[in-house]
Every structure is written in structure tokens, then in C-alpha cells.
Design a binder for this molecule. Structure first.
Ligand code: FE
Length: 194
């Protein structure tokens, strides 16, 4: 925990510092580290020609595993220790809703796809199948109907696919600094418009 005051001028460096110090943490039973996983997601988004916003979402979707790094006031907004809601909450002041929705719903997207796409389950890693059960299993019909109301549904699903694919052992990617200007553009566009 830190008492640094986060603003648009330091948020990208702040996130980069978390990547550098904590990125070597293992990713829940996968064969890649946390930073490898998140950078692979960003690279997949970039290769697909995605917008800066979706590259940012892919890069930051698991940032909620590090919310203990954020200032206390960022954690006061009624968040729990679920990494999807926690991640969206710490990003909310700086990133547009398309980014925070993809972060907020990346676990729900897995539950949604398991309920609606018969081929999807086979794409999940063993660790992801394990957590699916802890996360409530496939969505019910009512949950599916509710989830489909999200204005960012398509993007949420797309980021989830990159999440799934970004678990390849030994794949080389650019480092965080390469993506820092992308994040800064997203932050600046959002805060200029606010
Ligand atoms: Fe992930």
C-alpha cells in the first residue's frame, strides 16, 4: 500500500512499476508469469488491429490481482477482493468504460461463453476450468440475458478470447514500456473529454 496521489500524469508509470516489480509472480497455475500473460494479451490485441482502448483492456485485465499496491483511497470504493471488480475500480478514474467493462466482466465473460458457446469450454486451460467452478460455473439463462445487455458485450468477449490465448509458454512480447504510450493516449483521450 502506498499513499501516492494518483493522477493522469503518473498513473501509467505507477502501473508500469507494478508490472516491473510484481510481474514475475506466477499466474494461478499457468505456465506463464502474470506480466507475460498480460503482455501476450496486449500483443494479441495489437496483432488483431484492435483500438488503443482494447489493447489497454487486454494489458490490464488482471491488474486487480495487484490492488494492494494501490493507494488506500482507491480501495475505499466498496470493492472486495475479487480481482475483476477490484481491477475495474482502481482503473475507473483514468480509463473509459469500454476498458473498465472489459476488466470488470472478464470473469463473467468466461461464465457467459461456457453457457452459450459449446466449443468454448475446450479452449480453457486446466487452471481456468478449476477457477470456473469457484466462480459459479456457467451462467444461468437469466444471467445470460442480463449480461447481453452490456453495451460493450462484443469487446468484453474479445478481450476474454485474448485472455485465453495469452498463456503460451516462452512467447516473446514487447515489454510494458512499449505499451506505456498506448495507455497514456487512452488516459489522455478519456480525461480530456471529461
Ligand atoms: Fe487473465
Amino acid at each position: 500500500m502506498t499513499d501516492i496521489k494518483l493522477d493522469r500524469s503518473n498513473i501509467v508509470d505507477f502501473i508500469g512499476d507494478i508490472f516491473k516489480r510484481r510481474g514475475a509472480d506466477s499466474y494461478l497455475g499457468e505456465e506463464v508469469t502474470m506480466s507475460e500473460h498480460m503482455l501476450q494479451g496486449a500483443l494479441l490485441a495489437e496483432e488483431a488491429g484492435a483500438s488503443d482502448e482494447l489493447i489497454a483492456a487486454a494489458l490490464l485485465h488482471d491488474i486487480g490481482h495487484y490492488t494492494n499496491e494501490f493507494p488506500e483511497d482507491a480501495l475505499e470504493k466498496g470493492i472486495n477482493n475479487h480481482h475483476d471488480t477490484a481491477g475495474a475500480a482502481v482503473l475507473m478514474p483514468f480509463f473509459p468504460s469500454v476498458v473498465t467493462d472489459c476488466v470488470l466482466h472478464h470473469v463473467a465473460a468466461k461464465r457467459y461463453l461456457c453457457a452459450t458457446d459449446p466449443t468454448y469450454f475446450d479452449r480453457l486451460s486446466d487452471a481456468s476450468v478449476h477457477t470456473l467452478n469457484l466462480q459459479g460455473g456457467p451462467m444461468s439463462e437469466d444471467e445470460v440475458t442480463e449480461f447481453e445487455k452490456s453495451p460493450n458485450l462484443k469487446d468484453i468477449i474479445q478481450v476474454r478470447f485474448w485472455d485465453e490465448e495469452g498463456k503460451v509458454k516462452g512467447r516473446t512480447t514487447p515489454d510494458f514500456d512499449y505499451y506505456a504510450p498506448v495507455l497514456q493516449r487512452v488516459v489522455d483521450r478519456y480525461m480530456n473529454a471529461a
